[in-house]
Design a protein around this ligand. Structure first.
Ligand code: ADP
Ligand code: MG
Length: 395
């Protein structure tokens, strides 16, 4: 990681308009916010700025629109934000970022007001980090604060371009994310265990490689485990694998051995012929799964072995569910390991959208030291990469 970043404590905001990039990319259904966790996560920053006498102009992306999209306007988000902040939030449905109607609306904001701009992605210039768009956004404010950790791995106009044009700083959420993840990379207390699951080796390979140099134990579950088993010559039935990642998996196994890292794969798996709630299941060794069956969760012996491996650890990072946790009973392994993590006397960090959801579904968020709001961003940081949205905030 690079130099220290400027924080809210380093910027003067009294009587100023502050442009805050937030990550309000929340799940919507029929125009209703389904999970407001990301909005709540930005509240401390927004309240602090308002309390210090700032006027706020907020911007976020929502979904992946290819242009203006009625289903992805910020109206429901602005409404929920107003409820959580306890102050009215100004919002106008506009033609998009930088449009003439938006400029007039922002200019009409009273001191101390909160304005929510339209979805950044309605304008294709956003993802191109277009300097003209960045200039218009910069014209809205006297200072820039980025609290959108989940978008910090992208160099977009609202995350990077505009930051260059104004005095800037990280919001409190961004600051907390960088501190929590940074603590894993900088002299973690040992033993340090990394638990990785989820669907694809190819998504996580950068992190696995980087963390092999730092971790004492690496536990691999989820569909990823079957690519490793296949590469080692095991029989994985109809389990999900990435055939083209077998070479990479072998390199990881060799790397772990060479570095003295203990790498644990699930000894057994809970399997079924189809993925459906309440389907009949059977348990098999993970390298001897019968034809036609899929490994859909780590098995009971694997759960015990993973628990034992976590026991006594002083630092744990977890990314990726260990089974298809969306479909019971294949949530068993993920829940068991979440419970184990929550009970450890260790510094615990969970990153990844689905892993975070699993922790929240199990009601364990309060027992984990840090649940990251950024999936891709947290992985890139742990790969040792510089995030463009963070680099621009460095002092
Ligand atoms: P995260 O969002 O936490 O980084 P990923 O997106 O990498 O996690 O992976 C989550 C997905 O992996 C979930 O949808 C889950 O159902 C899937 N998954 C986990 N284990 C298996 C498995 N054994 N077979 C198929 N899919 C799996
Ligand atoms: Mg995911």
């Amino acid at each position: 990681m690079g130099a220290p970043i400027r924080t809210l404590s380093d910027v003067d905001v009294v009587g100023r308009v502050v442009f805050v990039r937030v990550d309000f990319n929340v799940p919507l259904e029929d125009g209703v916010v389904q999970d407001d966790g990301r909005i709540r996560a930005a509240i401390p920053t927004l309240k602090e700025l308002l309390g210090r006498g700032a006027t706020l102009v907020l911007m976020s992306h929502l979904g992946r629109p290819k242009g203006p999209d009625r289903a992805l306007v910020m109206a429901p988000v602005a409404e929920r934000l107003g409820e959580l902040l306890g102050v009215p939030v100004r919002y106008l449905r506009t033609e998009g970022p930088g449009s003439a109607d938006e400029q007039a609306f922002v200019a009409a904001g009273e001191p101390g007001s909160v304005t929510m701009l339209e979805n950044t992605r309605f304008d294709s210039r956003e993802t191109k980090n277009d300097p003209a768009l960045a200039r218009v956004l910069a014209s809205y404010a006297d200072a820039y604060v980025n609290d959108a950790f989940g978008s910090a791995h992208r160099a977009h106009a609202s995350t990077e371009g505009v930051a260059r044009l104004l005095p800037n700083a990280a919001g409190r959420l961004m600051e907390a994310e960088i501190r929590a993840l940074g603590r894993l990379l900088k002299r973690p207390e040992r033993p340090f265990a990394v638990v990785l699951g989820g669907s694809k080796v190819s998504d996580k390979i950068g992190v696995i490689r980087h963390l092999l140099d730092l971790a004492d134990r690496v536990l691999i579950g989820g569909a990823m485990a079957y690519t490793f088993e296949l590469a080692r010559g095991g029989e994985v039935g109809a389990s999900r694998v990435e055939a083209d990642q077998q070479e990479v998996a072998l390199q990881v196994l060799q790397g772990a051995e060479a570095k003295g890292v203990s790498l644990l794969l699930p000894v057994d798996s809970t399997c079924a012929a189809e993925l459906r709630e309440g389907v009949p299941t059977s348990v098999h060794a993970s390298d001897a799964i019968p034809d036609g069956l899929m490994g859909l969760d780590i098995g009971p012996r694997a759960i015990r072995a993973f628990r034992d491996a976590l026991d006594g650890c002083r630092t744990v990072f977890w990314n990726g569910p260990l089974g298809v946790f969306e479909t019971p009973p294949f949530d068993t392994g993920t829940r068991a390991i979440a419970q184990a993590l929550a009970g450890l006397d260790a510094y615990t960090v969970v990153g990844g959208g689905d892993s975070g959801a699993a922790i929240r579904a199990a009601g364990l968020e309060a027992s984990i030291d840090h649940v990251s709001t950024g999936g891709g961003a947290s992985l890139e940081l742990l790969e040792g990469r510089t995030l463009p949205g963070v680099a621009v905030l460095e002092a």
